[in-house]
Design a protein around this ligand. Structure first.
Ligand SMILES: Nc1ncnc2c1ncn2[C@@H]1O[C@H](COP(=O)(O)OP(=O)(O)OP(=O)(O)O)[C@@H](O)[C@H]1O
Ligand SMILES: [Mg+2]
Length: 340
């Protein structure tokens, strides 16, 4: 069996700042790690996504694509490769185009969570600075892009305490990211991230990771901002497994699974949660979570369970293969249950 690992072209030309450069650097090393892990059991080829990707995959006689493409441009960038593969009937790991598109758009996913009775922070969306005036807000609020990841656009000063800072932050966001900008209710509470693997009745939750931000330097907001992730990482404590009693652990796991199913996600994802007043709120779902062997959360969760990196990567292929056997046309948005 031959696996084609497909990765993105560089994004730095489009997102021209340190965020874009870092994204490219991480993606490159992830692709190399994934290829090394897959080579232990499969023939592999590493390809870069462009308009000729289908031709390249056919020429290489690829049986399965290992999808590492977040896309570099456009609102539906996570859906672009899955859509092409779907239209050509080429099997691939991970979710289909619709669930990726919804999960990556925090406005759409937020609405689905609400409709599915899954607790999630409230939010407004704005397309201009002027629109901010008419909102009835309870400060602080968090300003964030609707479709980014790795805290791009979520800086320490994205948590704003007054109108003036809010306006400034909205303008700044509109300059770099896809509109509209989200202004979200701020949930002051403990933070967790939950890895989910599998499909239908074979869903599995990895050990929950608690992201403890209490040691961040004084004056910094207690959010897992771009700075907290990449500059002050030594001040962030990861409790793995999280410090939770059995009842709360179960509640968080159930919420994460419900959220995963509500969007029809497949194979694997990572759900970000904040706990407030004993209620787990879903902040967002990463439908294509990072697989960097050194920094990615889902990899650390697998390590905590005693898995090796190679085992984790190979298990994603196994999960996808099993799913494709049951559902060869991949036409089902496979995991949606009757929640909605
Ligand atoms: N409504 C909220 N209330 C409190 N904190 C929030 C809220 N939304 C986001 N945050 C904080 O900002 C961080 C980043 O937000 P979010 O997970 O939406 O961004 P991301 O860039 O998609 O992250 P990832 O690295 O998981 O892709 C969260 O981990 C959390 O600390
Ligand atoms: Mg997140």
């Amino acid at each position: 069996m031959k696996i084609g690992i497909v990765m993105d072209k560089p994004r730095a030309k489009i997102l021209q700042n340190e965020e874009g450069l870092l994204e490219d650097q991480i993606k490159k090393s992830t692709a190399a790690f994934v290829e090394e892990a897959l080579q232990t059991e499969y023939d592999t080829v590493l390809l870069v996504y462009d308009k000729d990707i289908i031709t390249k995959l056919r020429m290489e006689n690829v049986d399965l694509v290992f999808n590492l493409c977040n896309g570099i441009r456009g609102e539906s960038r996570l859906s672009q490769l899955p859509s092409m593969l779907e239209s050509e009937g080429i099997p691939y790991t991970g979710s289909g185009p619709i669930p990726h598109g919804i999960a990556y758009n925090k406005i759409f996913s937020g609405k689905i969570f609400k409709a599915s009775d899954i607790p999630t922070p409230g939010f407004y969306t704005v397309r201009s600075e002027e629109e901010v005036e008419n909102l009835s807000l309870k400060f602080p609020v968090l300003v964030k892009p609707k479709d980014e990841g790795s805290s791009r656009g979520i800086k320490d000063d994205s948590l704003v305490y007054n109108m003036e800072d809010l306006r400034r932050k909205v303008i700044e966001n509109l300059e770099s990211y896809n509109p509209p900008v989200m202004i979200t209710e701020y949930l002051d509470g403990a933070e967790y991230t939950v890895g989910i693997m599998g499909n239908r009745e074979n869903l599995r939750v990895l050990p929950i990771m608690e992201i403890d931000l209490s040691r961040l330097p004084k004056g910094m907001n207690k959010i897992y901002s771009f700075e907290a992730k990449f500059e002050f990482e030594d001040f962030v404590t990861y409790h793995l497994p999280a410090r939770l009693d059995d009842r709360m652990k179960k509640k968080i796991e159930e919420t994460a699974i419900k959220a995963y199913q509500s969007l029809g996600l497949r194979d694997y994802s990572r759900v970000d949660i904040r706990l407030k007043d004993g209620i787990p709120y879903v902040i967002e779902i990463n439908s294509l979570p990072g697989l960097n062997s050194e920094i990615s959360d889902i990899v650390k969760m697998a390590y905590a369970e005693g898995q090796t990196y190679q085992e984790l990567v190979l298990s994603i292929v196994e999960i996808a293969k099993e799913r494709i056997l049951v559902d060869p046309m991949q036409e089902l948005v496979s995991n949606i249950n009757e929640v909605i």
